[in-house]
Design a protein around this ligand. Structure first.
Ligand SMILES: Nc1nc2c(c(=O)[nH]1)N[C@H]1C(S)=C(S)[C@@H](COP(=O)(O)OP(=O)(O)OC[C@H]3O[C@@H](n4cnc5c(=O)[nH]c(N)nc54)[C@H](O)[C@@H]3O)O[C@H]1N2
Ligand SMILES: Nc1nc2c(c(=O)[nH]1)N[C@H]1C(S)=C(S)[C@@H](COP(=O)(O)OP(=O)(O)OC[C@H]3O[C@@H](n4cnc5c(=O)[nH]c(N)nc54)[C@H](O)[C@@H]3O)O[C@H]1N2
Ligand SMILES: [Mo]
Length: 764
């Protein structure tokens, strides 16, 4: 291959860093201006207006931005939108599009020289394209030929387990159900999904301890909580509508504790964009106590609090622990307490990085209040001990009886807008036998029983030649997964890669011998099938299932819905099933009937989903029905992780900026953190900078070494930042080449994207 044919797995150019003071306030007018600018730049103004009225409204469409729930009753007439939701929509409903001419003009190698930001801004994909073996350019292909190619490759495999089917979390319940049904009828459980890299640690920990892999609270619980502790989450950027719920909690007298290595602006002060009066007054101060934990210091922090609670209990014989709850509802308390008491408080405090005065304040709030909610996201899950982190959260709640009653409970805040629904629909590499039994019974298929690959094992299977066809329902597998170089080699080792996508991304460029791009409808597009206009449904972070219906004309007449793509692949591939793929794709009610017949909680699905606001799925933990091995909630014992650092080593966490949606870059600014126009940065404590004699904007290279394998990421600029010493922060996906493929959480296999040991070398 000549130099011009080299396909780049990432882009290294600097874009011109500008630094300002980090913000202490979030949302308000600048947020509105920013979202309006984004909409004006990329969308047709009439479309933008129409969408803004329908977003997250009853009978409207589900914002593709995040999985935060909508109020059950009083939804804002202005639309339940937020700055970043509007950006997500502008990204999808863009008036720009990528036509066949673009692919004729630009080879894959040439497209790979585009920066990710520029690639995303090219617009919506418009027709199916194929990259034939040995070709340098994608060329148009008919849908029919694309489906035939997929069927041919799938049917040529020695075993269905040589095919891998990834799902990102925007896929609707209807598409997800049909997709997993096809995959199981075809014969494999190889269904890795974005959840494997996201809240898998929450699912594993919560299933084991409280018997359901989802959170237990509703939005109203947040409003009436007395204490909300937010751990490892940056809602100001990633779940902006959560701030309105926190504000309600505060107005009702609640207190908010933030546990984070970074003082994230969104949590410090909030101005509701839908309240002009408050915007004038300057907003609500949200966080009452900020605990600046060290990266991965959370178990130590939680143990320090629990130790202090148990000491309080012993000393005062006060009712600090909820004995009635512990006796009636839990299992394993004595063992847990005995182990806890062996911990040394001073060590816990030192390992957490949080001053004891702050831990005392937190303990006080925990002891004085009964309605306690703990929220968390990627700061807790993407750790080696991600499952342990969350089990400790549960321990604390169980000690206080703070689960399964109003205003209290677990709140893992989900990422992708239907990631929770996809799992409910059976997108899971480790399905329960009872679920497979139902599929067999209702659809007359033989479902495979052996568990399949999760994200990490899927990459390894492709690398070793065991995975030969890779199919992605959305997402950007190459850039979202760890160890970019390794994953690139894995994907390039396959016979065929297929991407069902709305927008162009790097996963379309790093391909198997042959590749297909199948462009699909997005959330905001109208979906018309043989029986007429369709709607789909999604489940939010709190287990509410609601309908979602797009309102815009699709950007091209060649697009298909994810449902019809799956149905047509199934029809082309499978010969021996009696499943009516065409009928289901023609009328999504039929898919919902099948869901109702096979998944519990969906009784009267077709009528209840049509009710305004949708319906809640059953949730055992919410009503103190523990679906665990003992029928009780489990206390667990989790060790404190130790991350010894040699001289010159740092622990790196990889984060989202304010201007991105995972691998999609809305822009190059991280407004709240005061970092503008650049993403190749490393946030570092000034004392660490001084110790190395480094200045602001110093150019550095980053290295990691794990199990004897060295990895590198070149060209980053140092940004002085209020972050604990020994910790640094960078943006995802730029530093994914440093995340080792074999460094993942125990039991959940989630890559340790927030715990990467690195060294840093200055370039000049
Ligand atoms: N606008 C926008 N919205 C999004 C997304 C997006 O990219 N853009 N992504 C969506 C998805 S898929 C997800 S999963 C969510 C992600 O939502 P978040 O989890 O909020 O996203 P991250 O940027 O990964 O931020 C993690 C936070 O954890 C903190 N942290 C890191 N390490 C630790 C630690 O060891 N302990 C503690 N206590 N804190 C730590 C970081 O400082 C940071 O504040 O957002 C969803 N919503
Ligand atoms: N280092 C590091 N790595 C991480 C993380 C981290 O914090 N640090 N976070 C992890 C997390 S939490 C997650 S969830 C994953 C995300 O991993 P993915 O879900 O795989 O990645 P996204 O960037 O969300 O995918 C974006 C692409 O999805 C496609 N798309 C958008 N909407 C639709 C749609 O409606 N249908 C279809 N078919 N396609 C659509 C577009 O083509 C777009 O380019 O990344 C993980 N990777
Ligand atoms: Mo996520």
């Amino acid at each position: 291959m000549g130099e011009t044919q080299k396909i780049e797995i990432e882009n290294f150019d600097f874009t011109g860093l500008i630094l300002k003071e980090p913000k202490e306030k979030s949302v308000g007018l600048p947020a509105i201006i920013s979202s309006v600018k984004q909409a004006a730049k990329y969308m047709d103004p009439i479309d933008a207006f129409k969408l803004s009225l329908k977003i997250n409204q009853k009978g409207g469409f589900d914002c593709p931005g995040c999985a935060w729930p909508d109020p059950d009753d009083d939804r804002s007439a202005l639309g339940e939108y937020c700055e970043n939701g509007m950006k997500a929509i502008a990204e999808e409903a863009t008036k720009m599009s990528v036509t066949r001419d673009f692919f004729v003009k630009n080879s894959v190698a040439e497209i790979s020289k585009f920066a990710d930001f520029k690639m995303g801004k090219l617009g919506r994909l418009t027709e199916p394209m194929v990259l034939r073996e040995g070709a340098t350019h994608y060329e148009p292909v008919s849908w029919e030929d694309a489906f035939k190619l997929i069927a041919k490759e799938l049917n040529a495999l020695d075993s269905p387990d040589e095919a891998i089917f990834y799902t990102s979390g925007r896929t609707s319940n209807e598409a997800a159900y049909l997709y997993q049904l096809f995959i199981r009828a075809y014969g494999t459980n190889n269904l890795p999904d974005c959840s494997n890299m996201c809240h898998e640690s929450s699912g594993v920990a919560l299933s084991h301890t409280v018997g359901i892999g989802k959170g237990s609270v509703t939005l109203n619980d947040l409003h009436e909580a007395e204490v909300i502790m937010i751990m490892g989450q940056n809602p100001g950027t990633n779940h902006p509508r959560m701030l309105a719920a926190l504000e309600k909690c505060k107005n009702n007298g609640g207190k908010i504790i933030t546990v984070n290595p970074l003082p994230e602006a969104g949590l410090l002060n909030f101005t509701d964009p839908q309240s002009p009066v408050k915007m004038m007054k300057g907003g609500t101060s949200l966080t009452d106590i900020f605990a600046p934990v060290k990266v991965n210091g959370d178990v130590a922090f939680l143990k320090a609090i629990m130790l202090k609670l148990s000491t309080l209990e012993d000393a005062n014989a006060r009712n600090v622990l909820d004995w009635e709850f512990i006796k009636e509802h839990t299992h394993g308390f004595e063992d847990f307490l005995a182990e806890l008491k062996k911990e040394d408080l001073a060590h816990c405090i030192a390992d957490s990085g949080v001053p004891e005065t702050i831990i005392d304040k937190v303990t006080h709030l925990m002891a004085q209040n009964e309605k306690i909610i703990i929220c968390w996201a990627m700061g807790l899950t993407q750790q080696k001990n991600g499952v342990g982190n969350i089990q400790e959260v549960v321990n604390l709640l169980l000690m206080r009886g703070a689960i399964g009653k109003p205003g209290a409970g677990t709140c893992p805040v989900r990422g992708h807008s239907n990631v929770q629904g996809d799992r409910t629909m059976g997108i899971w590499e480790a399905p329960k036998d009872t679920f497979l039994d139902k599929l067999e019974e209702h659809h007359g298929i033989t479902a495979p029983r052996e568990h399949g690959y999760h994200v990490v094992s899927a990459i390894e299977a492709m690398k070793s030649g065991k995975g030969k066809v890779f199919f992605a329902m959305g997402g950007n597998f190459l850039s979202a997964t760890p160890d970019t170089q390794y994953t690139a080699e894995a994907l390039q080792n396959t016979n065929l890669t297929v991407q069902v996508s709305t927008k162009l991304n790097r996963s379309h460029l790093i391909t198997g011998k042959q590749a297909l791009i199948l462009p699909c409808l997005g959330r905001t597009d109208k979906d018309i099938q043989s029986s007429g206009e369709q709607f789909v449904s999604c489940e939010n972070s709190m287990g509410v299932v609601q309908s979602s219906q797009g309102i815009l004309s699709p950007p091209s007449k060649h697009l298909k819905s994810e449902v019809s793509i799956v149905a047509e692949i199934a029809s082309a591939t499978l010969r021996n099933t009696n499943i009516d793929w065409t009928g289901m794709a023609g009328n999504y009610d039929k898919i919902r009937d099948a869901i109702q017949a096979t998944i519990s909680g969906f009784d009267d699905y077709n009528s209840r989903v049509r009710e305004s606001g949708g319906f809640y799925l059953p949730n055992g933990a919410r009503v103190r029905k523990w679906n665990t091995t003992t029928g009780k909630a489990h206390f667990t014992i989790n060790t404190i992780p130790h991350n010894e650092l040699k001289d010159g080593e740092y622990i790196m966490m990889t984060l989202r900026s304010h201007d991105q949606y995972n691998t999609t870059l809305y822009g190059l600014d991280d407004r709240y953190r005061g970092i503008f126009s650049e993403r190749r940065i490393v946030m570092m404590n000034v004392n660490d900078m001084k110790a190395r004699g480094w200045r602001e904007k110093q150019v550095v290279d980053l290295f990691s070494e794990f199990n004897g394998v060295k990895r590198e990421a070149r060209k980053f600029l140092i940004v002085p930042y209020p972050i604990p010493e020994g910790n640094v922060a960078t943006y995802f996906p730029e530093t994914n080449p440093l995340v080792p493929i074999d460094s993942f959480a125990d039991r959940s296999h989630t890559p340790t994207s927030k715990l990467v040991k690195i060294t840093i070398k200055s370039v000049n």
